[in-house]
Design a protein around this ligand. Structure first.
Ligand code: ASP
Ligand code: MG
Length: 420
């Protein structure tokens, strides 16, 4: 069996939905499970809605109207006669959000986020499933929350692999014998049946979870790029497609910030030796990139750019060494505030990191660090990672840049830079 994943861009309007449905219907093999994200930028919009509701701004109903209008336009384009029962079904989903918004917010922001934002995936999969059925395929819509079971870390839920695997194995194979299954990415559920989400852009990870539990032959992520490129076309005029990639290179590239695949996706697939294809929904005939077990190293150096970096420098106030106990306390604080370190380095009395500028939780972290350490920071920086670097590639990215910090090992070079 195989697993397909379609992201927001592949279902961002009626034409894209038709195109994705065509791919599903054309490439359906013996058994196919399809994981789909929220349509277009819906997750951002519902995140905005949650914030407005939580902060009682009074504008949340207008944002809800925007989300509704966006989805009903797509429905109208897909089913022009307006008669299909899907119109009522989607209207009911929006009523569920309205019910939440009617009450004053009582729960934590993270919990509310998951209850509201999850609607994006529930709605998109209902629409796509209705359309795939409409073009004549035997399709079944499934609620991923019945299968992906998690703890209650809202917005970043941790999967309970044993329970998830048990549930998926018990129920899905017989359904997949008969139907194309369409389900949501990004969603899970606690043992008390509260909705959780797996972290932003987590639908790739959902596809990997289903694939791993079902021992799929492969996973295909359909994207608006031809496959994995050696740099994001946003930053480089000339990019190259990488036809084949090892799990190791893929996990390193995504860890450093290549956004083409969610970083958590690789491990479950590597563990079961399930190949991951990254292919273009614009040009579905072309092979794209295959990620699998291979000794092949990257044919060209690869570049990852992360903007909006803050360089934080931490040193003990009493001139003591940065040693294991200090480091343990520092790492604990980063973990508590959910701040991911993109680059780190230490000297005798100084520990430096580069992190994404995430706003409030970063300010809270710095306040906590300042209780014990002297902390200085500099914002507005850019982190460039080059995998399989050489001097020429370093020179190329350093034009008009000043280096703040630099780290090299055999394969990877990280440069934290400032524009001059
Ligand atoms: N819709 C979710 C997000 O945008 C999950 C995903 O797209 O993978 O974060
Ligand atoms: Mg998305």
């Amino acid at each position: 069996m195989q697993v397909f994943k379609f992201g927001g861009a592949s279902v961002k309007d009626a034409e894209s939905v038709r195109n994705s449905a065509k791919i599903i219907s054309k490439y359906k093999g013996e058994a196919l499970l399809v994981v789909i994200s929220a349509m277009g930028k819906t997750t951002n919009l519902l995140e905005k809605l949650t914030r407005e509701y939580y902060n009682n701004t009074g504008v949340q109903l207008q944002t809800l109207e925007d989300a509704k209008a966006f989805h009903f336009q797509i429905l109208q384009d897909l089913f022009p006669d307006g008669e299909h029962p899907i119109f009522d079904e989607i209207a009911n989903c929006f009523v569920e959000i309205e019910w939440i918004l009617e009450e004053d917010p009582q729960d934590s922001y993270d919990y509310l986020f998951d209850q509201i934002v999850s609607m994006g995936e529930l709605i998109s999969t209902k629409i796509v499933a209705a359309y795939v059925a409409f073009i004549g395929e035997k399709v079944k819509w499934l609620d991923a929350r019945d299968y992906i079971l998690t703890d209650n870390t809202y917005r970043e839920a941790v999967v309970d692999w044993n329970k998830t695997e048990e549930k998926i194995r018990a129920e899905l194979p017989s359904i997949l014998d008969e139907y194309i299954v369409i389900t949501q990415g990004f969603l899970g559920s606690t043992s008390e049946n509260f909705t959780t989400t797996l972290g932003r852009e987590g639908s790739d990870y959902s596809a990997a979870i289903f694939a791993s539990c079902l021992n799929a032959e492969n996973v295909t992520i359909w994207k608006d790029v031809p496959g994995v490129l050696n740099a994001d076309p946003k930053w480089f005029e000339k990019t190259e497609l990488i036809p084949e990639l090892s799990y190791t290179d893929a996990i390193e590239l995504t860890y450093y910030g290549a956004t083409v695949i969610h970083p958590k996706t690789i491990k479950p697939l590597q563990n079961k030796k399930i190949a991951l294809n990254v292919r273009s929904f614009v040009d579905p005939e072309s092979p794209g990139t295959i990620i699998r077990s291979t000794n092949q190293t990257l044919p060209v150096p690869s570049f990852i750019f992360k903007v909006n970096q803050i360089f934080i420098s931490i040193s003990p106030r009493d001139f003591s060494f940065i040693v294991e106990d200090n480091l343990r306390d520092i790492f604990n604080l980063f973990h508590e505030h959910r701040i991911k370190i993109n680059m780190m380095h230490n000297t005798a009395i100084n520990f430096t990191v580069s992190v994404d500028d995430t706003g409030k939780n970063l300010v809270d972290l710095i306040n906590d660090l300042e209780q014990r350490f002297k902390v200085t920071y500099e914002s507005g920086l850019e982190l460039i990672t080059i995998r399989y670097y050489n001097q020429e590639t370093i020179d190329r990215v350093l034009v008009d840049k000043e280096v703040i910090s630099e780290l090299k090992d055999r394969y990877t070079c990280q440069l934290l830079v400032k524009k001059i």
